[in-house]
Write a new protein. Sequence first.
Length: 92
Amino acid sequence: MTQRLQVLLDDEEFAEIRQVAEQQRLTVAEWVRQALRTARQHSPAGDPRRKLSVVREAAQGAYPVGDLPSMLTEIESGYVLDDLDAAPGSGE
């Protein structure tokens, strides 16, 4: 089901929106829909207290990790594999 939304704009603002929509080869209605979707995606969602609690927990760094020499060895071996994959005749 769709809903209708009426928005009142002054002539100058509407003219600017129409011009931008035309430049993007969109109708004003489609331009407005896209602008609303973008605004909705960038607005904070969810409970801010929950987000803060997750950030605080993550900042404590109480997660299992390998020791530094092992991690560096794994990283270096990944670079070697990447170099081998990019070598001539490797299929890429």
